[in-house]
Design a protein around this ligand. Structure first.
Ligand code: ZN
Length: 423
């Protein structure tokens, strides 16, 4: 069950991300695209009151076209808000305005999003683009890493949440410098110094363990510990079992950093970028490795290319469907204006180009013009097919070798099969 939930979450995230990408491409001719964020506890009548006020102030807008466009956007939003007594559970975001279509053409476009997390602010904005930052922030990974930078004089502990660093606590040591005071024997000084270093490591380990283990949903969300510092301090600290054993086994790596105060945390995150991405990629890589293993076998359970994978999905033979995250295609249904002729095609989506401008040609039965009856993003369409036969779907990024190959060599669509079908 956990597996299914994880896939489900990943897919919802993907769909949410795609919606935001589409909104990000939309542009107005002037300052006429309206963005509204409504938090769950905001009264709808407060919002409609402000909108009526904004409508009145439109008379100040000099350009007649902009004025008309802003007013029709506001009217459109007002008519949609009539259906809400109160905001949905997580609040809502509204994006409405006249979108440039190319040439002189525009179309009034309104999208209402009920986001996966609560909206934390009220915002009304009129601009030449939609304001997406608050929703983008919800896309950030919810995983957490623990950060420790340490040398023998001081240490600093913090969290990495998504892309944000949260400094937590500094620890300073009482380890004496290398210069001993007069009268002390060299051996005794050295022994005391080692004891003090050990004490300091222990203090840092205890503090870090306490802070990291207190993290909410630790076992689900805490992905690892990054340790930075000079050599050999960070190695001594990592090898010495100073951290709780649950943290000890989650050490992702050791990295050279020159600062061990608060600013060392950022340096550590920079140094660890590759390792962090590596943890994410690992799962995607494992499933791609399985695909390649099947691919090289004589009777292997691998299929690739849209046609083959589609056939296998239709007969329920796919165990895991592999789709490249950079796939930008649509499945379109084309019908004849005159007779009952219809066909489905897969077409490449080009940024900034509308499918409505596509050359469709004429009907092969009666030569009347064809028209675009329906369009679906191919990832949605194939995912729906997969759902019908309880097939797992993995969206694979292209920023590692096997992931890039899925897109470049296999057209971004592949599958690991339950059994061979001859397609
Ligand atoms: Zn026809």
């Amino acid at each position: 069950m956990a597996e299914v939930t994880e896939l489900d979450t990943a897919r919802k995230r993907y769909e949410f991300k795609k919606t935001l990408e589409k909104l990000a491409e939309k542009e107005g001719s002037g300052t006429e695209l309206i963005t509204i964020y409504i938090p769950p506890d905001k009264q709808i009548f407060d919002v409609t009151a402000q909108l009526r006020d904004e409508f009145g102030q439109c008379s100040n807008i000099k350009s007649k076209q902009t004025r008309t466009n802003v007013q029709s956007a506001i009217s459109s939003i007002l008519s949609r808000l009539k259906y809400y007594n109160r905001p949905p559970e997580n609040g809502m975001a509204i994006f409405c305005g006249s979108i440039k279509l190319g040439g002189d053409r525009t179309t009034l476009d309104c999208t209402i999003i009920e986001p996966p997390e609560p909206v934390g602010l009220y915002m009304y904005r009129c601009s030449s683009h939609f304001e997406l930052e608050p929703l983008m922030a919800m896309l950030e990974e919810k995983v957490v890493y623990g950060l420790i930078v340490i040398d023998r004089r001081e240490a600093y502990i913090g969290f990495l949440r998504g892309n944000r660093i949260e400094p937590m606590s500094g620890v300073t040591s009482t380890v004496p410098g290398k210069q001993r005071k007069g009268g002390q024997s060299a051996m005794r000084f050295q022994r005391l110094r080692l004891i003090a270093i050990n004490e300091f490591y222990k203090k840092v380990g205890d503090r870090a363990s306490e802070i990291f283990m207190a993290e909410k949903d630790f076992f689900e969300r805490f992905k690892g510990v990054l340790i930075g510092g000079p050599t050999p301090t960070k190695e001594e600290f990592a090898d010495g079992d100073f951290l709780h054993h649950e943290l000890q086994k989650r050490i992702v790596g050791l990295f050279d950093v020159s600062y061990t105060n608060e600013s060392g945390l950022a340096e550590l995150v920079d140094a660890a970028q590759d390792a962090l991405r590596g943890v994410e990629v690992m799962k995607e890589k494992q499933v791609m490795d399985r695909f390649f293993k099947e691919l090289v076998k004589d009777d292997g359970l691998a299929a690739y290319g849209e046609e083959s994978v589609r056939h296998n999905l239709e007969v329920g033979a796919v165990d895991i469907l592999l789709l490249s995250s950079v796939l930008r295609k649509a499945r379109v249904r084309i019908e004849c204006q005159n007779c009952d002729y219809a066909e489905e095609r897969t077409v490449q989506l080009e940024p900034g180009k509308s499918l409505r401008d596509m050359e469709l040609g004429n009907c092969e039965k009666c030569t009347a013009p064809l028209f675009l009856a329906d369009e679906t993003d191919i990832i949605d369409e194939l995912t729906e097919l997969a759902d019908a036969s309880s097939t797992g779907v993995r969206i694979i990024s292209d920023d590692f070798e096997e992931g890039a190959m899925l897109y470049n060599a296999f057209g971004g669509i592949a599958a690991i099969l339950r059994y061979r079908t001859g397609y």
